[in-house]
Write a protein that binds this ligand. Structure first.
Ligand SMILES: Cc1cc2nc3c(=O)[nH]c(=O)nc-3n(C[C@H](O)[C@H](O)[C@H](O)COP(=O)(O)OP(=O)(O)OC[C@H]3O[C@@H](n4cnc5c(N)ncnc54)[C@H](O)[C@@H]3O)c2cc1C
Length: 401
């Protein structure tokens, strides 16, 4: 028997005993997303007990564990439905700060990000910079110990409730576009930041326009080197794509409706079509996509654990987008004409319509399907880069419409 096995058993016993003492299953409340977590007290204990990011160094809230041992902790948390484990893979905010913030800023911000004490948003996209993020025109100008921010962001999910935004802004206009961008943690609750909600096709209003006029951010909140923000952004995007490639929102109407892998099978059974050979084939295809995607994401995460920002994340995100569209199509097909109904008396149809529209969330947010295909073509398959005439010229000379 290997020493590792003994350690594994001791670790499993320790985490289970800790959960038995601290976790009250009836207390589970779903997280709001965007960083802030409603179960502050429990999440703080998870961080203090070093269960949140066990693969990180001991000096930084971790336990220096190998990924395989971290899995033991994740499984124990999942078995009782407790939140907070596995954040070394899933918490895009904390992982980005951990990789690129100064030690002093990490000391304050990372525990707050891990325990969900602060709400977060991503201040990347602008009216003239979406797929081509390197075209951002929001500017950051140094004044004393601070930077002064001016510009406009758009499609900013969670901005209305965020305490900080991860911001990309231009700090040098005389170099090519990728080389003059810096990455900041911008405090959102200040005069100079105006947030206006945008209504989505699903009738929700989670994302916003953000107008920034002379907002102030301390130079302490700069992540990575000045003008080196493009590299920091790659870390943050890889984590975002990993999360989007792993998970999807379920139906809006809650637990009466089947979620997860068995949901469509249950719907097919209800519709009396479980023995229809064509439906069975389509169900099998969606299930096969999901299984393959899970394996692919595990491969990409192993790459990230080795410190590489894996382009395979793009494959996972693209696959998830396809899975969601396929599931939505099949769900609508199973309901047939009933899918045209709306309202609280028709929860199945409500779900089908919501999920059909919501599938576009994953096709666009975090970089569109077309952009993921470009990344896979260039960085995974090694195909030639697409032509970009403004790539090497000083950004000041780039024409914009
Ligand atoms: C639900 C949701 C949440 C979002 N949340 C945030 C957020 O929190 N923060 C944030 O900053 N942004 C957010 N976004 C914005 C998102 O990242 C952008 O919408 C996305 O990157 C596309 O940019 P765009 O909308 O400007 O489209 P454009 O870049 O104008 O693209 C328009 C179309 O052209 C295609 N296209 C563009 N360039 C190429 C190319 N080189 N090759 C092939 N096709 C191309 C695109 O695929 C797309 O179909 C969110 C979007 C959604 C849908």
């Amino acid at each position: 028997m290997s020493t590792d096995l003994v350690n594994d058993q001791a670790l499993e016993a320790e985490v289970k005993a800790w959960l038995a003492e601290h976790w009250k299953p009836e207390a589970l409340v779903t997280g709001e997303g965007f960083g802030r977590h409603p179960q502050q007290a429990f999440m703080t204990k998870v961080v203090e007990a070093r269960w949140a990011v066990p693969t990180w160094p001991k000096a930084w809230w971790g336990r220096d564990l190998a990924p395989a041992q971290a899995k033991i902790i994740e499984r124990a948390f999942a078995a009782v439905g407790a939140p907070g484990a596995g954040q070394d893979k899933s918490n895009l905010w904390a992982n980005t700060a951990m990789a690129h913030a100064t030690p002093a800023f990490k000391e304050t911000i990372v525990p707050a990000l891990l325990s969900g004490a602060v709400g977060m948003c991503l201040l990347y996209s602008e009216p003239g910079a979406g797929s081509d993020l390197a075209a951002v025109r929001t500017r950051a100008d140094r004044r004393g110990d601070n930077y002064i921010i001016n510009g406009q962001k758009v499609w900013t999910s969670g901005a209305a409730v965020a305490d900080y935004g991860m911001l990309i802004a231009r700090t040098d206009w005389d170099v090519p576009k990728h080389k003059g961008i810096s990455f900041f943690f911008l405090p959102m609750k200040q005069t100079g930041i105006e947030v206006r909600p945008l209504r989505q096709v699903t009738n929700e209003a989670q994302f916003n326009e953000v107008f920034i006029t002379d907002a102030i951010v301390s130079a302490e909140n700069l992540l990575g080197p000045l003008n080196g923000g493009w590299g920091v952004l790659q870390t943050a995007l890889a984590y975002e794509r990993s999360v989007m490639g792993d998970a999807a929102r379920g139906p809006r109407s809650g637990k009466d409706n089947p979620k997860g892998d068995g949901a469509l099978i249950e719907l097919a059974r209800e519709a009396g079509r479980l023995n229809d050979p064509v439906i069975r084939q389509e169900l099998a295809q969606v299930t096969a996509y999901k299984v393959l995607n899970r394996l692919n994401n595990a491969r990409a995460k192993a790459d990230m654990a080795q410190g590489t920002s894996s382009a395979i994340m793009s494959l996972g995100k693209l696959a998830m987008s396809r899975i969601l569209h396929e599931e939505a199509r099949l769900r609508t097909k199973l309901l047939g004409a009933a899918s045209l109904l709306e309202g609280p008396d028709h929860p199945r149809a409500e779900d089908a319509n919501f999920l059909s529209l919501n599938a576009y969330f994953t096709s666009i947010g975090g970089g569109t399907d077309q952009i993921q295909r470009n990344i896979i073509g260039e960085r995974v398959l090694g195909l030639p880069k697409e032509p970009e005439i403004d790539r090497e010229m000083p950004f000041r000379d780039v024409r914009s419409g």
